[in-house]
Design a binder for this molecule. Sequence first.
Ligand code: GLA
Length: 429
Amino acid sequence: MGSHYSNVLGGLFILIIMSPGPTTATSRPEPMMNESSIGSDRATSERSLLANELALKPQMGWSTWNHFHCDINETLVRETADAMVSMGLASVGYQYINIDDCWAEQNRDEQGNLVPRASSFPSGIITLADYVHQKGLKLGIYSDAGTETCSDTMPGSLGFEEQDAKIFASWGIDYLKYDNCNNDNEDVKDRYYKMKQALLNSGREIFFSMCEWGQEDVATWGQSAGNSWRTSGDIDDNWESMTSHADQNDQWASYAYPGGWNDPDILEVGNGGMTQAEYRSHFSIWALAKAPLLIGCDIRYMDNSTFKILSNKEVIDVNQDGLGHQGRKIKQDGDLEVWAGPLSGNKVAVVLWNRGATEATITAYWSDLGLNATTLVTARDLWDHSRVRLPSKGQISASVPTHDCKMYVLSPMPPSTQRDRSAAKRSNV
Ligand code: GLA
């Protein structure tokens, strides 16, 4: 790999890697909890959001949207909950079953309440929530900070925030995705803060997933409003869309931390528009970037290679790592990229990503990663599930097929081991 560095790691990353002992999030920007804001409504809400411990890790689950769009019903939701558990996806961390657009009747009832669509959700949402909860899972629902949702087939929550949040809570909803269509050009922050406050007033802990497509640089204020925020428009099931979503999301890396995450959109893995290599890259980069891992395919009928990608526990562990630090693109040479980020325990996650049309060798040097050139590490290959031999000091290198990636976790050896090894070498043992 050449010497063109487009985006080396900032000081924060180096600080975290080099600092001894358990790393903490104290060097992160603190979310509006200084003296002057204590007592204000927003600070109170902020504390409540964090205190309820939602989003300490990026959310994991499934959404109806990418595969089914408006073609949804309660049987699909129930069967997906069944599959989540029976296939073992729940046991690797997938938790939310999220109903997206098109679940409600076009009109509210006489009391102004949203009404589940009789043709597709005849048993109602409470029954569905009970079913999902009995499986040990959580139920998500969708609304819009406008007069109608994006499908134009059901009402939005603008002006009905308190009423809708209360009814969601009464139904046992655990998660709200809140979209941005038909918003009458009203101020985006006002509209999203209103729903955030309504959820906090609702009497139930409800994860707040903001979907306003990155407007008003949402990452810069998202932590004070919600638990995750979309950083772009809608993803499509193809390479160009997926890579561009990864890049758009990457710009905002420093704003994500436990409590609130950048969201490059629902996964397309398994929907058929990309190769296995491309889906592997998609999942690896989303995991490294601490993105929500929301499956977007039909898990009831997925093939084995899709299952293998989505259930890779070692990759999921990077996403769910307690440090909660979004990994990012740290080096680029044409189509060859290195993405990396710190993990708890002074470990480092690294992705060597070949975005070019032919197989190529990609190398990450310790200096790229904020590691001392002499640091000894053990390296784990998260897709081969094996320990990697490192023939050259201070670097990790691999030949990567087109559109594929390699993903590693590097674990620096404890200083005592490093001293023993050098001493052994000096005395030729
Ligand atoms: C918008 C959102 C999508 C999806 C659709 C539903 O386009 O960005 O994620 O929720 O609306 O209509």
